[in-house]
Design a binder for this molecule. Structure first.
Ligand SMILES: [Zn+2]
Length: 251
């Protein structure tokens, strides 16, 4: 039997990761990175579903999670491998979008350079989560190239809009892609130790308008300070989640 790990080339995975980091895919600007992944998948003997639809229908969806970054489109690509026996469908998936790099002067290297130091690759989104996405894709490729001697189907999906909502994953689901099990190689660490978790809470993005009067104050109150009365009224877990999110503009 051919070992599937023999189809996994660490240099190839690193090169792919560097290439992907060099495509800035800040939330709302994922088209080029999704197109590149579609390009890579098209070289495999796999079914590809690649679309870039407007989000109007998603905004009417009862599961619409909201979004923060203005966008008109949500590009998604899905690769499909059918095994040679009936069985469950397993989905490998991750998000392509990254948070904005922020203040460039705080970076020791250009954030979208994908520079390599020793056995580490640095860049905006390297950890969260282009490395995981490329690893999942490598597994998908290995299964594609090692023959179809497995039951069921393997899906690989790259989605946009995770950092501000999860809208991209909803787009993939509404595109008809569901699975019996799903593996998301999102970096998860507890107390400094990488951790495998079996489920995760969902999230929603809300736009809340709080009326009030402007009063002179130095420095100006942050959005969180303004929202404190509202946050204090949330249930315990929601309050914790809201308080732990990165600062957002709350108008
Ligand atoms: Zn992530």
């Amino acid at each position: 039997m051919v070992r599937r790990t023999s189809f996994v080339d660490p240099d190839h995975i690193r090169d792919r990761l560097v290439s992907l980091i060099r495509i800035p895919s800040v939330t709302g600007q994922e088209d080029a990175a999704i197109a590149e992944i579609a390009n890579w998948l098209q070289r495999l003997d796999a079914e590809i579903d690649y679309w870039n639809a407007g989000i109007a229908a998603l905004q009417r969806d009862p599961r619409y999670p909201g979004h923060e970054v203005e966008r008109a489109w949500a590009p998604v690509v899905v690769g499909v491998l059918g095994g040679n026996q009936p069985g469950p469908t397993v989905l490998l998936t991750g998000h392509i979008d990254v948070v904005p790099p922020g203040d460039y002067t705080k970076w020791s290297h250009e954030p979208f350079s994908g520079i390599t130091r020793g056995d580490r690759v640095y860049g905006c989104g390297a950890t969260d989560m282009k490395s995981g996405l490329i690893s999942a894709m490598a597994a998908f490729e290995a299964l594609a190239e090692a023959g179809r001697n497995f039951p069921g189907r393997i899906l690989f999906a790259a989605a946009p809009a995770e950092e501000d909502s999860g809208l991209g994953t909803l787009a993939a689901i509404r595109g008809g892609w569901n699975a019996d099990a799903c593996i998301v190689p999102e970096p998860t660490v507890r107390d400094g130790v990488p951790e495998l978790v079996i489920a995760h809470a969902g999230a929603m993005s809300l736009k809340v308008e709080i009326p009030g009067q402007v009063r002179a104050r130095q420095p100006a109150p942050t959005g969180r300070e303004r929202a404190r009365p509202l946050l204090d009224r949330l249930p315990g877990h929601a309050r914790t989640s809201a308080a732990s999110t990165r600062p957002r503009t709350i108008r």
